[in-house]
Design a protein around this ligand. Sequence first.
Ligand SMILES: CC(C)(COP(=O)(O)OP(=O)(O)OC[C@H]1O[C@@H](n2cnc3c(N)ncnc32)[C@H](O)[C@@H]1OP(=O)(O)O)[C@@H](O)C(=O)NCCC(=O)NCCS
Length: 173
Amino acid sequence: MEKLVNTTVKDIQHLYELQLDIARDNDFMLYTYEELINNKVNNILMLERFLSSETNVALHFVSKGKIVGYAQASIHKVFKYAHVAKVVVAIQKSFRRKGIATQLLVKLEGECLMRGVRKLELSLVDTNISALMLYNSLGFEIEGIKRGSLKINNNFHNEIIMAKCLSLSRPRS
Ligand SMILES: CC(C)(COP(=O)(O)OP(=O)(O)OC[C@H]1O[C@@H](n2cnc3c(N)ncnc32)[C@H](O)[C@@H]1OP(=O)(O)O)[C@@H](O)C(=O)NCCC(=O)NCCS
């Protein structure tokens, strides 16, 4: 059975294992595999804090009882930025190109909108073509390039900043 669900603290162990799996497979996520595995306790605590905060939205996709993808939005706490959320998404390798990231991001956008978010922001390394195509297909636009901001395997890479304005004309209630 497949379903899209809200992530809670009881999912932390499985989510952490999925993050490890994805970080082992590529260098597109913020934390390296080594950072995740060497700071396991801190990373679990960070996830716990993230999932306990009301200003965060966390969803995951379950297939046959296993978490195979997740999307998260972290809504800014500072008042002038409180309509902006930072987004991340990742899918386990064998479950890609099945529309799972799209489903997660569409639902995440809806949940963000309901909480007063009017702009989604994210960033990616310039070699991450899959992510670039995914975000493009969902209406995200490039807002800028941070040159040489990311160092991956001793090579410097540009970081692409993308965003999607949900509806800047409607004020936060
Ligand atoms: C990027 C990622 C999240 C996409 O997840 P996904 O579930 O495969 O994406 P979807 O199946 O919803 O793809 C939607 C659209 O995005 C585009 N897309 C996704 N992967 C693509 C690829 N490898 N090549 C070209 N286009 C791609 C396509 O337009 C696709 O639509 P289509 O399959 O009908 O052609 C996934 O590849 C992943 O987890 N990568 C590793 C982690 C990562 O990079 N996260 C983002 C960090 S910024």
